[in-house]
Ligand binder design. Structure first.
Ligand SMILES: O=C(O)c1cc(=O)[nH]c(=O)n1[C@@H]1O[C@H](COP(=O)(O)O)[C@@H](O)[C@H]1O
Length: 260
């Protein structure tokens, strides 16, 4: 089975399109404590998690002990729950090959995030792993996202629109990252690339609306995956609060589906 088939199966099995982001805050823990803490979060949130998404930066910030923590976190994720390695890589082909080997073979992620900025050849080493998923940054969730991504390409639409059209045709295992904080752009991406699977971060701490996400992108297991990190992992004092936050997000997305 491909990554997107596995994700769809997991999403349907548990009735959730929630991705739980695993981004430890260095101010709160040592790397070893972070691993213990996140293992507790995983145990508590697994019933609601269609996927997990550790962002590598939050582990790399500690150096080697952080990578050891990541190894322990990944080992705690139950088999059958896909894991996205959020690394946002992008480089010339030979370097991209090394990145792809690192993420898919050494770390064994089911999917990764990559930047389209270097062009198709730089994403091919990732897309060559046909059973894995490759989410290409299209319209990000940050306040300055429009600075480049919304630039008009004289007659060719805006840059993120071009990325949506191009990346969607790069291979059956290519998906797009579109932030929940930009609902109009999300709707436009779905118009331009209706078959492209979407990873949608930006609800929770960044303020995006789960209901708007479903209104713009639909509720499509495997094709639409909505990530929240801080608002789940640090929802409260114990893993029970994280479980409640993940469940609430699952329910908000379902309610939007049922209302539509
Ligand atoms: O690729 C991503 O996942 C990503 C893309 C984007 O446009 N915005 C975005 O927030 N992310 C990541 O999604 C996570 C969001 O975290 P919270 O804001 O804590 O929910 C972080 O790991 C971000 O790096």
């Amino acid at each position: 089975m491909t990554y997107f088939e596995r994700l769809a199966a997991r999403s349907r099995e548990i009735g959730s399109i929630v991705c739980v982001g695993l981004d430890p805050d260095y101010r709160r823990h040592s790397p070893a404590e972070a691993a213990d803490y996140l293992r507790g979060i995983i145990a508590a949130t697994a019933p609601f998690a269609a996927a997990y998404k550790p962002n590598l930066a939050f582990f790399e910030q500690w150096g080697i002990p952080g990578l050891q923590a990541l190894e322990r976190v990944l080992a705690a994720i139950p088999a059958g729950i896909p894991v996205i390695g959020d690394a946002k890589r992008g480089d010339i082909g030979s370097t991209a090959e090394a990145y792809a080997r690192a993420l898919f073979e050494a770390w064994r992620f089911d999917a990764v995030t990559v930047s389209p900025y270097l062009g198709r050849d730089a994403t091919e080493p990732f897309l060559a792993y046909r059973d894995r998923g490759v989410y290409i940054l299209c319209r990000t969730s940050n306040p300055g996202a429009a600075e480049f991504q919304s630039l008009d390409l004289s007659g060719g639409g805006r840059l993120f629109e071009r990325v949506a059209q191009a990346a969607a045709s790069w291979g059956p295992n290519a998906g797009l990252v579109v932030g929940a904080t930009a609902p109009a752009e999300l709707r436009r991406v779905v118009e331009l690339a209706p078959a492209a699977p979407l990873l949608i971060p930006g609800v929770g701490a960044q303020g995006g609306s789960p209901a708007e996400v479903v209104q713009c992108a639909g509720y499509r297991p495997g094709q639409v995956l909505v990530n929240a990190s801080r608002s789940i992992v640090y929802a409260g004092a114990d893993p029970g609060a994280a479980a409640a936050a993940a469940r609430d997000l699952r329910d908000a997305l379902r309610a939007a589906r049922d209302a539509g």
